[in-house]
Design a protein around this ligand. Structure first.
Ligand SMILES: *[C@@H]1O[C@H](CO)[C@@H](O)[C@H](O)[C@H]1NC(C)=O
Ligand SMILES: *[C@@H]1O[C@H](CO)[C@@H](O)[C@H](O)[C@H]1NC(C)=O
Ligand SMILES: *[C@@H]1O[C@H](CO)[C@@H](O)[C@H](O)[C@H]1NC(C)=O
Ligand SMILES: *[C@@H]1O[C@H](CO)[C@@H](O)[C@H](O)[C@H]1NC(C)=O
Length: 331
């Protein structure tokens, strides 16, 4: 296992203020892409191919698009049909509000440029390249409404979409209660893009926050945020929907493909110094759950959890509900 840490390399006061590493001295660096004024809580990132531009959903219900360093972020879309910019823009994550919506997981189908979105209140939908109001595709499956549509991934060759409903009982505002009762009513779902149909693939997941499908559509990895584990669920073969726990670490959230049959997971580790403190990391695993690389993020995030670590153009981009920037780690 290769473990990289940026912790020991720096004067901590400098880092805490600016979160920048001197790139001329070190081969690695951490920088921030600042969100617009009063925007906070990016949950997931969806990259375009080639351009380096990406989408993210924030606490006040907006979907933003990053259009590069000159333009920065622009408002791209929203999910709540009655969302009022004057009332909602700048709303803090502590006040997550149904009237404003809360887009969390998202993934782009590159061929069609369709952005699939989970909104924690409004369910599963899609947004075209012109942006605007998300078209809701599904709010329930098997007669049970989604309470917390959360993680999304697209199988690029077919356009099929895999997503999660974190809980059948608790919504995003009730996370603490869900944690206190160890909720395990989450579901894995599939949107068949040809049939335009949603099916339930797996039940009784312990707060599935993230999902990733492999290139061949043979399996999906699902993170169980409250179960502290990554589950691999087979889609085909002799025993479809057979599952194995392939990795156990605290609070795994979004999972993103990182090249052929490798995945980045945003999760936590016990802080070496104290038993109880958890610090955020990005972990790159293979399809069997073996950890190939761990990137420690506590220098810039303290003990704030990160919700996504994604790789684009050999850089890591990091999202966290608790900050007002996208972290960029060059490794
Ligand atoms: C939006 O506003 C209309 C008119 O007030 C109301 O009927 C509708 O229920 C609202 N929709 C949502 C999702 O709040
Ligand atoms: C949600 O936001 C709307 C619009 O800003 C506001 O009228 C309403 O009071 C808020 N509700 C809660 C529970 O904060
Ligand atoms: C899921 O849990 C419920 C309630 O605990 C149980 O009745 C059901 O059999 C479980 N389903 C599966 C597929 O394990
Ligand atoms: C929480 O639920 C999961 C099953 O979903 C179980 O494996 C785990 O042991 C439970 N944890 C506690 C503390 O009860």
């Amino acid at each position: 296992m290769r473990t990289k840490t940026i912790t020991a390399l720096l004067v901590s006061t400098f880092v805490l203020q600016s979160c920048f590493l001197p790139t001329d001295v070190l081969a690695i660096s951490f920088s921030k892409i600042q969100l617009p004024k009063n925007a906070i809580g990016p949950e997931a990132l969806a990259f375009e191919l080639g351009t380096g531009q990406f989408f993210t959903g924030i606490s006040d219900g907006r979907i933003l698009k990053y259009q590069g360093p000159t333009i920065g972020f622009v408002d791209f879309g929203f999910v709540a049909p009655n969302r009022s910019k004057s009332m909602c823009d700048g709303m803090h994550f502590a006040n997550t509000n149904q009237t404003c919506g809360r887009p969390v997981g998202m993934a782009l189908h590159h061929q069609t440029k369709m952005l699939y979105v989970c909104d924690a209140f409004f369910g599963f939908g899609v947004l075209g390249p012109e942006g605007g109001l998300v078209t809701i595709l599904s709010t329930m499956a098997d007669g049970e409404p989604y309470h917390f549509c959360d993680g999304v991934d697209v199988h690029q060759p077919t356009g099929n979409v895999y997503f999660t409903d974190a809980s059948a009982i608790y919504d995003i505002r009730e996370f603490k209660t869900a944690a206190s009762v160890n909720d395990s009513t989450g579901r894995l779902l599939k949107y068949d893009v040809e049939k335009k149909q949603v099916t339930v693939l797996f039940r009784n997941l312990s707060f599935p926050g993230g999902v990733a499908v492999d290139e061949e559509e043979e399996f999906v990895l699902v993170s169980e945020f409250l179960g502290n584990r990554i589950r691999k669920i087979q889609l085909r073969g002799r025993k479809p929907f057979e599952s194995d726990i392939i990795n156990t670490q605290p609070f795994p959230d979004n999972i993103r493909k990182a090249g052929l049959d490798e995945f980045w997971i945003a999760e936590a580790r016990k802080d070496g110094g104290t038993q109880s403190n958890l610090v955020p990391v990005g972990a790159r695993i293979d399809a069997s759950g073996n950890v190939i690389e761990t990137v420690h993020l506590e220098e810039c995030y303290g003990n704030k959890l990160v919700s996504e670590v994604g790789e684009f153009d050999r850089k890591l981009y990091i999202a966290s509900l608790f900050v007002d920037f996208i972290g960029v780690y060059e490794h």
